[in-house]
Design a protein around this ligand. Structure first.
Ligand code: SF4
Length: 211
């Protein structure tokens, strides 16, 4: 597999926020979001086998593992990696940009599925079977750059009843949308959503990610 980086840090997002976790960042992405904060992961990467990755995960001595990118589902071994990590006793989440079929991921992997809004420049590319075949435990994330994105996200959530049993995460782009403003919109207009501040960017504003 092509690995951009592996490190231990505090999970900054989703309902797993705050949990010390190992991050496996896979290299490569099929999108070009305007606000992308991991452009370095779009290309390159070090070749590692699934077994080598799992050995390195073990060296961090943590229980939670987050497979992210880039776009992790571009690599065909990702479901195998996730399944073997679960089989080794880890609690595993996969963060995907939502444009690729996520059904190959094992059932006991938490899927954090991004739905791209207009501010990304990549809206309309969601693989819609990920929505119709969603599973218990899936979380849906909307990165919000402004009012147009908020309206888009609110409409999408309502149209697909996403908030019925799923956590819906609204995440403001740092230095683009004031979190206070998004909090106000959520409180008054979309209380089903959960404000998702990227905790790691407040802890480590200068790129340091952990250890
Ligand atoms: S999907 Fe994620 S990694 Fe890919 S360009 Fe968008 S923000 Fe960056």
């Amino acid at each position: 597999m092509k690995i951009s980086e592996m490190f231990a840090s505090i999970q900054g997002e989703s309902t797993l926020q705050g949990i010390p976790s190992v991050f496996i960042r896979l290299a490569g992405c099929n999108l070009y979001c305007r606000y992308c904060d991991t452009t370095y992961a779009r290309s390159g990467g070090t070749e590692m086998t699934v077994e080598e990755i799992i050995d390195k995960v073990k060296s961090f001595e943590l229980s939670f593992v987050c497979i992210t990118g880039g776009e992790p589902l571009l690599q065909k071994e990702t479901p195998e990696l996730a399944g073997k990590l679960v089989g080794s006793g880890y609690k595993v989440s996969v963060e995907t940009n939502g444009t690729i079929d996520a059904s190959s991921l094992p059932d006991n992997v938490k899927r954090i599925i991004d739905i791209k809004c207009p501010g990304s420049g990549e809206d309309g590319k969601t693989f819609m079977k990920n929505i119709s075949l969603r599973r218990n435990g899936d979380e849906f994330k909307f990165v919000i750059t402004g009012r147009e994105d908020f309206e888009y996200a609110r409409h999408f959530v309502s149209k697909h009843n996403l908030a019925d049993i799923h956590t819906v995460l609204f995440s403001p782009v740092l230095d683009v949308l004031n979190p206070e403003l998004l909090a106000d919109w959520i409180l008054h207009e979309m209380p089903e959503a959960r404000l998702n501040l990227q905790l790691h960017k407040y802890i480590w504003p200068n790129e340091k990610k952990g250890r």
